[in-house]
Design a protein around this ligand. Structure first.
Ligand SMILES: Nc1ncnc2c1ncn2[C@@H]1O[C@H](COP(=O)(O)OP(=O)(O)OP(=O)(O)O)[C@@H](O)[C@H]1O
Length: 285
């Protein structure tokens, strides 16, 4: 499904959570939506899932607005950081409700995940630990097979082996059947290998949208004497420049081989680093 985000603005009183946000997700892929606390990720995901409305602008899914549109809502599953399920329900009730709601629901996969995570179908949500509740959220999100599945920091309390299992099954499922998966996380290093495309939001605005492969190839970190770095980066797009004691470091769209010819040190830029640099709060802000 094609997702078009057009000049999306969301205000909460004085606070502008999203400011004229525009981008397009053209095809089923695993997208990483990154940004610091309060950048607007959850707000965007809730608008996309049709749970809240925008103050201005719109989101279109295959040309249609999701808000109050039952057919579209059935195509979108949003799993949040917590409180996804009513506390008095039992796990088996949650599974039943989701299986009725999503036409694409995969009961076999749900059963497999519930067993893998060792969840008791008769347990009430309020008796689950944070990690168990997250495991249920992940299971439901994956088993919904919703063409647009959104995971907003879905694994609070989940231990490392359980998170690994989640990533493995997510990839396996995605490879069997492509769907749009939007993933917001602060554990970027751990998850970034899954992403095919990355979007970075800063204070409600998009600062980067790029395919992960091309990111890895095209943005490099170069360091060396100030004059050499300056000569190399002239006429190139730079993301970040730092200067200290006659040395300069720059994140730049460029090719490793060429930078080496200028006698510079060249390294890749991990996505986490990129996110940190692109979302650094300006002094005084
Ligand atoms: N219901 C609300 N009422 C008032 N302000 C809100 C509300 N929801 C979000 N905000 C504000 O909007 C901004 C964006 O919040 P949002 O939760 O979308 O960010 P986020 O990127 O998901 O952050 P985090 O990574 O911490 O989850 C924040 O400043 C937040 O305080």
């Amino acid at each position: 499904m094609k997702i078009e985000v057009k000049e999306l603005t969301k205000r909460y009183g004085e606070k502008e959570a999203l400011s004229n946000l525009s981008f397009t997700l053209n095809e089923p892929k695993i997208y990483g939506l990154l940004g610091r606390n309060g950048a607007g990720k959850t707000t965007f995901m809730e608008i996309l899932a049709g749970q809240i409305t925008a103050t201005k602008g719109e989101v279109l899914i295959d040309g249609v607005r999701p808000f109050d549109n039952q057919r579209l809502i059935e195509s979108i599953c949003l799993i949040k950081e917590g409180n996804n399920f009513k506390k008095d329900l039992k796990i088996k009730h949650v599974l039943k409700i989701y299986s009725y709601f999503y036409p694409t629901w995969d009961q076999e996969l749900a059963d497999k995940l519930i067993d893998e995570y060792g969840l008791d179908r008769n347990a009430k949500i309020k008796t689950l630990s944070k990690g168990m509740e997250s495991a249920l959220g992940i299971s439901v999100g994956l088993a919904s097979k919703a063409p647009i599945t959104i995971f907003d920091e879905p694994y609070i309390g989940l231990d490392a082996p359980s998170r690994k299992k989640f990533y493995e099954i997510l990839l396996e499922e995605f490879q069997n059947e492509k769907r749009t998966i939007i993933f917001s996380t602060h554990l970027i290093d751990e998850v970034s290998l899954l992403f095919e495309e990355v979007l970075i939001i800063r204070e409600g605005k998009l600062v980067l949208q790029e395919e992960t492969d091309s990111l890895r190839q095209s943005i490099i970190s170069v360091s060396g004497p100030v004059d050499a770095v300056k000569t190399y980066i002239e006429n190139k797009e730079t993301l970040e420049i730092k200067q200290l004691a006659g040395m300069m470091n720059a994140y730049v769209y460029g090719e490793k081989e060429e930078a080496l010819e200028y006698g510079l040190d060249v390294e890749g830029v991990p996505i986490q680093e990129l996110m940190i640099h692109l979302t650094e709060r300006k002094r005084g802000a």
